[in-house]
Ligand binder design. Structure first.
Ligand SMILES: [Zn+2]
Length: 147
């Protein structure tokens, strides 16, 4: 597949509706979804963020779509420039990618909260995980590793 990740994902979803630029809602393929529970976002880098407000994991959604996690990211991000120095655990590109993914997730949840969408325990757990990862990534990058 040579199309952008967002096109591949949207092509396989039902009841896709664009909410705003780079943001769609659709029926979640991982559970018996009556209304559109799935939030789909495209990041500035062309990566796709999926979030089911009924609580399905991204892994569940991907397996329902028959896709791999790598299918959510444009190929160029996987073969990016080599970092100047060897980072401890992640490449700079991976750190940015992960940070971007987590902040996008928080942005989606925040937007839904502002619209009055009920946040369930699964969302809260995911938010806590995202916040933890962001803090960890920040601590990793403060040592000048990615200078
Ligand atoms: Zn779902």
């Amino acid at each position: 597949m040579s199309a952008a990740p967002i096109d591949n994902v949207l092509a396989q979803l039902h009841k896709v509706r664009q909410r705003q630029l780079g943001q769609w809602s659709a029926c979640c393929p991982a559970h018996d979804d009556k209304g559109p529970s799935l939030s789909v976002r495209e990041t500035a880098e062309g990566a796709v963020l999926l979030h089911c407000f009924a609580g399905c994991s991204v892994a569940d959604i991907l397996s329902a779509l028959g896709m791999e996690m790598s299918g959510l990211f444009p190929p160029r991000q996987l073969s990016g420039r080599e970092p100047k120095r060897t980072p401890r655990l992640l490449t700079a590109g991976q750190a940015v990618e992960l940070l971007d993914r987590e902040t996008q997730l928080l942005a989606v949840v925040a937007a839904n909260m502002l619209r009055g969408v009920e946040i369930n325990q699964n969302d809260l757990d995911r938010i806590a995980k995202a916040a933890g990862r962001i803090n960890w990534l920040r601590s990793q990058s403060t040592g000048g590793t990615y200078a």
